[in-house]
Ligand binder design. Structure first.
Ligand SMILES: C[S@@+](CC[C@H](N)C(=O)[O-])C[C@H]1O[C@@H](n2cnc3c(N)ncnc32)[C@H](O)[C@@H]1O
Length: 499
């Protein structure tokens, strides 16, 4: 909803682009580079980023502390005779934002302290400015997310989320073509709406593939659910995806019916087994449980899959470290910690913390290499083990980062319960993962990631309601849920009782 980017290669100190709900506002960074109130003392892009971080920190403070009827101005463009700003009418839950100008010399204001010093100058809306209404909590989240991009050299300067969305897009194609060309799903539902269970029976699908398939199609706006929880067709699907209809496009989609990706998806849906698990294959990626072939037990494959996840972890971990408040946590157990990158970022942000990364032995060899780049000494421990079978060491907090989405519901419940049992009273469990809507009908990027997880592992994406249910079942009180990056959020459960 709010995206601020800084192109340091543009002339005049670089160009800042502020994108707000589809509208793009441009500003040059000249006065930000001259700012006298913010380290470092240079005119470099590093300085501009530091000033932007400071400015966004002030925005956050202003919006967070505004009372329900306040009007506040968020400056972003400093010019010779004016300051470009977002005028915000702050309500209790919503903020109405209008871009405009304050008629005062931007050059007289120190941008890194601008919000304290802005004179009460005349304000004019931009000629073509349309007001945008956004939820207040979401705006605060977005400001923080943008601030992090500029404030920490360990964090990426741009948000890689769109790249992940493009990568996961192919799973949408495969799901859609499978539904049209292999399962005649739209023809069946046009004849008779069906519940999930009825659809499973009809298509001979297990529950997990049926949920993943219907979630993807609902997120695409092709299926809906009626009051009796039966899947029905949306007008879009009814007009274009029912075989034989006057505007049916099914044959066009059928061009991909025999594409390798589609056939692979159909096979996964029919068998409910992840890739790599067939006779003579190396075993599934990312998951290990006793008695089942796992790629994570083989040195080269474990290394390959673990390093593949390092790219995402490097981007997300610094954000997790700013979002998680670990005051009072002395020991953190990172179950299935992989490279250990999340633990390492948390150690860096919390000098009092000790972290134990538990994973399979071949994976921990990679974690050991990553740890060598950090000065964490004996605060970082590697613990080879099986999270389903071995005793979990005592820790004040446990992190399950991108773990539960690899497993089916019984294993998720088992893991959450094992973690809860291992925690002391008031201990905290952090589930860091993507969240589907509670109705399992989107958002689309998560629904497509769910399809990817489904093909590679025994899991799928889950909703906040599903996670919350498992936390409660295990005796944990669900608490705060905060966004990190690349569609991930961290949901907290606190063990009830007193120490
Ligand atoms: C998807 S990766 C997540 C890695 C890391 N937490 C992250 O967020 O990038 C899942 C991790 O769980 C580990 N894992 C799977 N089954 C396990 C088991 N039974 N015991 C311990 N670790 C396991 C895998 O080796 C892998 O490193």
């Amino acid at each position: 909803m709010l995206q601020i980017t800084y192109d340091e290669s543009a002339t005049g100190g670089g160009e800042i682009t502020l994108q707000l709900a589809g509208a793009a506002l441009k500003a040059d960074a000249y006065f930000l580079a001259l700012d006298s109130g913010c380290q470092p003392d240079s005119r470099s892009p590093t300085k501009v980023r530091a000033v932007l971080a400071s400015l966004l920190g002030q925005w956050h403070e202003l919006i967070a502390s505004a009372s329900a009827v306040d009007v506040v101005d968020l400056p972003f463009e400093f010019a010779d005779e004016y300051i470009g700003c977002l005028r915000c009418q702050v309500g209790r839950d919503k903020v109405v934002i209008t871009p405009g100008w304050l008629m005062t010399a931007g050059s007289t204001v120190v941008p890194s302290r601008a919000c304290d010093t802005l004179p009460g100058a005349d304000w004019e809306p931009q000629d073509d400015a349309a007001a945008v209404t956004v939820p207040r909590a979401e705006l605060l989240n977005e400001i923080r997310r943008n601030q992090r991009m500029f404030s920490d050299t360990d964090s990426p300067r741009t948000d890689p989320t769109p790249i992940f969305e493009h990568f996961r897009g192919s799973y949408g194609t495969e799901m859609l073509v499978a539904a049209v060309a292999h399962f005649d799903l739209f023809g069946r539902l046009a004849r008779l709406p069906r519940t999930l269970e009825e659809l499973q029976q009809d298509l001979n699908l297990a529950e997990r593939p049926a949920i993943v398939l219907t979630t993807a199609l609902r997120a695409m706006g092709l299926l809906a659910a009626d009051n009796a929880n039966r899947f029905t067709l949306t007008p879009l699907a009814r007009e274009h995806l029912v075989p034989g209809g006057p505007f049916d496009v099914g044959d066009y989609l059928g061009l991909a019916a025999s594409a390798p990706g589609t056939l692979e998806m159909v096979e996964r849906l029919r068998t409910n087994r992840p890739a790599g698990m067939d006779e003579g294959e190396a075993g599934a990626a990312f998951i290990y449980r006793d008695g089942v072939a796992s790629a994570m037990e083989q040195a080269d494959l474990a290394r390959h899959f673990t390093l593949a996840l390092a790219g995402r972890a490097k981007n997300v971990a610094p954000v997790l470290a700013t979002v998680l408040d670990l005051k009072g946590v002395r020991t953190l157990l990172d179950v299935g910690g992989g490279t250990g990158i999340y633990s390492l970022a948390l150690l860096k942000a919390n000098p009092h913390l000790k972290a134990i990364v538990m994973d399979r032995p071949e994976v921990l060899k990679v974690a050991e290499e990553f740890a060598a780049d950090y000065d964490v000494g004996d605060r970082f421990e590697l613990l080879p083990g099986d999270m389903f079978a071995d005793e979990l060491p005592r820790a004040d907090a446990i992190l399950l980062s991108n773990i539960l989405h690899d497993w089916d519901v019984p294993e998720c419940r088992q893991l959450v319960t094992r973690c809860a049992d291992a925690l002391p009273a008031s201990g905290r469990l952090f589930i860091h993962d993507v969240l589907l809507n509670d109705a399992l009908d989107g958002p689309l990027p998560i629904a497509l990631y769910s399809a990817a997880l489904f093909t590679l592992t025994e899991g799928r994406a889950y909703s906040r309601a599903e996670y919350t249910g498992w936390l409660q079942e295990a005796g944990l009180q669900p608490g705060a849920c905060r966004d990190t990056l690349i569609h991930c959020s961290v949901l907290e459960g606190v063990k009830k009782g007193f120490e």
